[in-house]
Design a protein. Structure first.
Length: 497
């Protein structure tokens, strides 16, 4: 849906996003407890993360380094000196009843992220529009625990009781706050996807939305074109790119309907109900003064001298946009390049090309058949043992006629079953999957098929060229699918005349 059809004529949507990223450090932000996901509830806890009297926090230095790295990747400036504050309000899932965060001087300030959005003109022709979303700040804080509401709904409303798992308490969390530069759901979704890809490329987080290691809040408002910014509502904890787009669309249309009916929008936090496809009031939004920020007296200031910042900058890897551009220059189509970079399989692509694989053919397999076959086997690419060198060899075997595409898929299944312990050539030989390309052997088989299908041959000679497909099928049946299709067609046409 385009911005033109999202809202009635004369209305404009304004969106700012707050994205929370859990860092992939081994220990928590203020203590030595494990950050392992999925452990038994309340096993990765100590006096610090449960707020026991007299316990003192100590900053996780690796978390600071990771935050600086991400800030630089987002074109932000690094504060030479910043500090942590206490953000006060009732947290049922944060035992000390305040969150350690940053207030007036964040670690990272004034960044931006350029995103590509697919747009269509009146004729339906698609093009890419590059849009810039400014980033106001990236600040560090700690995650809260996880609440489990027991009851029929699984939510606080209607629950019989609530249980709290404090394992997540104190995990290092980065909050990335954009400026209100987004004016349609598609740009918001592109921004979140690109941010997720950058985080994964840096290796500072696995950024798995389904596990909550990256979460998004959307601040949504509407206004008549030319007016001041309208009152915003915040939609909390959107856990997929699809949900983000749907929630923004619904909330924008809801707000316009309220205003046009003579109502007013109040500043509040709303919950997105995925199954119902609507937002619902969660709580009235607090203002900054309600949080009563003050510097945390237990934590020292964080200093980031220029040499430390430049050392971090030198560690920046190739970012997703640059990687996609490089693949495009090698002839890889845009959708495949995006899939390879987005899935984190760029390393396999580069290894395969370095091993001599054709870039476009490697991309075809990496973004196509391989994805489906791994899903069918229920293993990841890492678990499969399939390497870039395997892909390069497989592509080469298809190119030189040793394997047909169909046989190559069977070889790939074998590679996955063997967990990469054998090469594609070894799998093909062991399983008898080499393509029959020897002209003498193939000619004998083709002659036998022609002799056994006289009626079909006469049909072809009578002008029904499509009937040759039936004979190709017979040759394939005799060779268990291993005949070279191109040579089979050539021999059939030659011998039928």
């Amino acid at each position: 849906m385009s911005a033109d059809t999202l809202l009635p004529q004369g209305w404009e949507l304004v969106v700012g996003l707050e994205v929370h990223v859990e860092l992939q450090t081994n220990t928590k932000m203020w203590c030595g407890c494990s950050t392992e996901f999925g452990d038994e509830p309340n096993t990765n806890v100590c006096e610090v993360c449960t707020g026991q009297p007299g316990s003192l926090p100590v900053v996780n230095a690796q978390a600071i380094e990771d935050a600086i790295l991400l800030g630089l990747a987002l074109n932000g400036g690094v504060a030479e000196v910043c500090r942590f504050h206490r953000k006060n309000y009732f947290y049922p899932d944060l035992a000390k009843n305040y969150q350690i965060s940053q207030y007036d001087v964040p670690l990272i300030h004034d960044g931006h992220l350029d995103v590509d959005v697919v747009v269509s003109d009146d004729a339906g022709e698609e093009s890419i529009d590059r849009r810039r979303v400014r980033i106001e700040r990236l600040h560090m804080e700690e995650d809260t625990g996880k609440s489990l509401h027991v009851g029929d709904t699984g939510r606080l409303h209607g629950a019989d009781r609530s249980l709290i798992d404090y394992n997540r308490c104190g995990i290092p969390l980065l909050e990335i706050v954009s400026r209100p530069d987004i004016h349609d759901p598609e740009t918001a979704q592109a921004y979140l996807r690109e941010l997720q890809a950058i985080v994964q490329a840096l290796g500072v987080s696995d950024a798995r939305m389904e596990e909550g290691s990256i979460r998004c809040d959307a601040n949504v408002s509407v206004r008549e074109v030319g007016d001041e910014l309208g009152t915003r509502t915040e939609i909390k904890n959107l856990n997929s790119v699809r949900s983000l787009g749907r929630a923004i669309r619904y909330e924008a249309q809801r707000q316009v309907a309220v205003i046009e009916d003579g109502g007013t929008i109040r500043m509040e936090t709303r919950h997105w109900d995925e199954s119902a496809g609507r937002t619902e009031t969660l709580r009235v939004k607090e203002s900054v003064t309600d949080y009563r920020y003050f510097p945390d007296p237990d934590l020292v200031e964080i200093t980031s001298p220029a040499d430390r910042v430049e050392a971090a900058r030198a560690r920046l890897p190739e970012l997703p946009a640059a990687a996609r551009s490089r693949l495009a220059q090698a002839g890889v189509v845009r959708e495949q390049a995006a899939a390879i970079v987005g899935a984190g399989t760029l390393g396999w692509y580069d290894d395969a090309v370095r091993a001599g694989g054709d870039p476009q053919l490697v991309a075809n397999w990496l973004a196509g058949d391989l994805v489906g076959q791994l899903a069918a086997a229920e293993v990841t690419l890492e678990e499969s043992g399939v390497t870039g060198a395997h892909l390069a060899e497989l592509v080469g075997l298809v190119a030189d006629g040793t394997l047909s595409t169909k046989l190559a898929r069977q070889v790939l299944d074998g590679l996955i079953e063997e967990r990469g312990a054998k090469t594609p050539a070894e799998v093909a030989k062991d399983r008898g999957l080499e393509q029959v390309s020897d002209e003498g052997e193939l000619r004998t088989i083709v002659e036998r098929v022609i002799a056994a299908n006289a009626d079909t041959v006469e049909d072809i000679r009578g002008g029904n060229a499509k009937a040759i497909g039936a004979l190709v099928g017979q040759v394939m049946k005799e060779t268990r699918g291993q005949a070279d299709p191109r040579k089979t067609n050539e021999l059939l046409r030659e011998l039928i005349g």
